[in-house]
Structures are given as C-alpha cells and as structure tokens.
Design a binder for this molecule. Structure first.
Ligand SMILES: [Zn+2]
Length: 309
C-alpha cells in the first residue's frame, strides 16, 4: 500500500492507494500553526493513524510514504527550503520524519505532484506539456512533460510564485507587497488566496477570507467585484508570462482559488490580451482530482509514474 501525504498551509491530508490506484483510506487534519516540531509530529501522527486504520482492514504495514510539500528538500544541504510555511525552512524535515517513522520517506514539491497527477489521469491527460499552478495559501507551479515532473538542477522549475507580477501598473508599483522570500511584488503576493485577501483588505480596510469576498461579489458588492477584477487581471498576466515562455498544451489550476468557477470564464481573455500571440486557445482548467491531486501524486512517489523525488 502506498501512503501519500499533502502538507499544505491550512491542512494535512493523507491517502492510501493500493497497487491499482484505488483509494483505501483518506483523512485530513488542520496544519498546526507556528512550530516546526508540531508539523513534523503531526505528519508522523497522521501516517500512524492511517496505518492503524489499514491494519484494521487486514493491511498490515509498513507502507511506503511519499510527501508533497510546499518548497523542496535541498540537494545541497538536505534541509527544507523555499516553503511558504516558513517555519520549515532550514529544518531537517526528511531526516526527522524518517527518524520518527523508522523508514525512508520520499519528498517532492506539492505543485510537481499536482502536475503529474493531472497529466497522468486528470485535466491534462494526454497532453505533452502541462503547467499546473497552485493558487492557495501560497502560489507555486509544477511542469509535467510527457507525464513526468520537470524539476531542474536547483529543483525550482515552475517556481512562478516568486517571479514578479508582469506588466505592473503605477498603482501596483506603489503597493508594499514584499513577499516572505524578501523580494517585492512576487506573483504569490497577488495571485494566491492570501494575496487576494490582502488586496481586498488594503483596498477596503475589511478583513474577509476569500470565499466571503466571492460571496459578496455574487451578491453584487462593488468593492468585492473590483477586488476580483484586479485578481483576474493579475493572474491572467502571470499566466501570460508562462505562455510566452513554455506555451503549455494545458494549464491546470489547483488550490482554494481554483474552485471559483467564474475564473475560467474571465481568465482566457486576459491571457489573450497579454500573451505574445494573435490567437490564444490553450485550455485553462481546474484540477480534475481537485484537492486530491497532491496526495495522489505524493503516493505515486513510490512506484510507477510518480512525481520525481
Ligand atoms: Zn517571493
């Protein structure tokens, strides 16, 4: 049995897949806040909980464990890097979790897991080059070529969240949007769900979560409508940059913001306006496996077409 874990900014999810890819167990908990040690222990605890449930189904372990994380495990130091859950950066996550679980644990970038899962049997099935962006607590992306993750010598391929917002307006240049990575105007600070909420708060003085802003927009609130229009413009420009560089066959979006249906009605026109082409026809689709892509891709880190470790 393969266990796949998706470590997100707000939730940790686990799935157990049998050899045929059928789901045998699934569970989700809230991500502990603030402490690296709490996160490591929560990861170990959710694996043990899954194994206890599988043992009760007469599937005795130990089972393989693959984990999708925001960021990566550095090839140079073996430490966690580039995570928007910044308490993990510089920590020996792989070593600590392997110690707690007494086995090898494979890690991959969560967006690479999304890209592979969607390229293998999801919204990008059959496409040669899939660009999969996560627009959730943070923003990242993975690139799958012929169903395999392209990660690169620094393991940062697809780290589009930390490119600057393209074609910024004078108003955007004036914003104080320094990213947790230390650089100004990263895409992540605009196109993530957190960025959407921050933008609404800057413009209105009101602190709402994304789904509340969307509910206000649907109810006809002008401030919420303007915030969403700014969001679509920024995400569209960020995607147009990707199209100019990679010209993917399919663009797949995952993460909390990807569940807003109206996004797919409005985005193509913005991308078409900014991409260097006279005809933009690339499909932009929500992840078919939705929130499950991350855990499925992580489980496949062991065995067949997994996201690369
Ligand atoms: Zn950044």
């Amino acid at each position: 049995m393969r266990l796949g874990v998706d470590l997100g900014g707000t939730k940790i999810e686990i799935i157990a897949l049998d050899d045929g890819g059928a789901e045998r167990f699934r569970h989700r908990i809230a991500t502990p806040r603030g402490s690296y040690r709490d996160i490591v222990e929560a990861l170990a605890a959710i694996v043990r909980e899954a194994e206890a449930a599988l043992a009760a189904q007469n599937n005795a372990g130990p089972h393989s464990v693959g984990i999708g994380i925001p960021g990566a495990i550095s090839l140079r130091s073996g430490l966690a890097i580039n995570s928007n859950s910044t308490e993990m950066n510089g920590q020996p996550l792989k070593q600590d979790l392997e110690g707690l679980l007494a086995r090898e644990v494979r890690f991959a970038n969560d967006a690479n897991c999304l890209a592979v899962s969607e390229a293998v049997d999801g919204a990008g099935a059959g496409a040669r080059l899939v660009f999969a962006g996560i627009i959730g607590t943070g923003a990242g992306a993975g690139i799958a070529i012929d169903g395999k993750a392209w990660d690169g010598p620094q393991r940062i391929a697809g780290e589009w969240g930390h490119n600057p917002l393209p074609w910024m307006t004078a108003e955007e240049f004036a914003l104080d949007t320094r990213c947790w990575c230390g650089r100004p105007h990263c895409n992540e600070t605009y196109v993530s769900g957190t960025g959407f909420q921050d933008d609404f708060r800057r413009a209105t003085g009101r602190s709402l979560v994304g789904r509340e802003i969307i509910a206000e927009m649907i109810a006809g609130n002008a401030e919420a409508d303007a915030a969403f229009a700014r969001y679509v413009s920024r995400l569209g420009r960020a995607i147009a940059h990707v199209v100019n560089l990679l010209d993917p066959d399919v663009i797949v979006l995952g993460g909390g913001m990807s569940r807003i249906g109206v996004l797919y009605e409005r985005l193509p026109a913005v991308v078409a306006r900014w991409a260097f082409t006279d005809h933009f026809t690339t499909p932009i689709r929500p992840a078919l496996h939705g929130d499950s892509s991350g855990v499925r891709g992580a489980a496949w880190l062991w065995g067949k077409a997994g996201c690369s470790p």
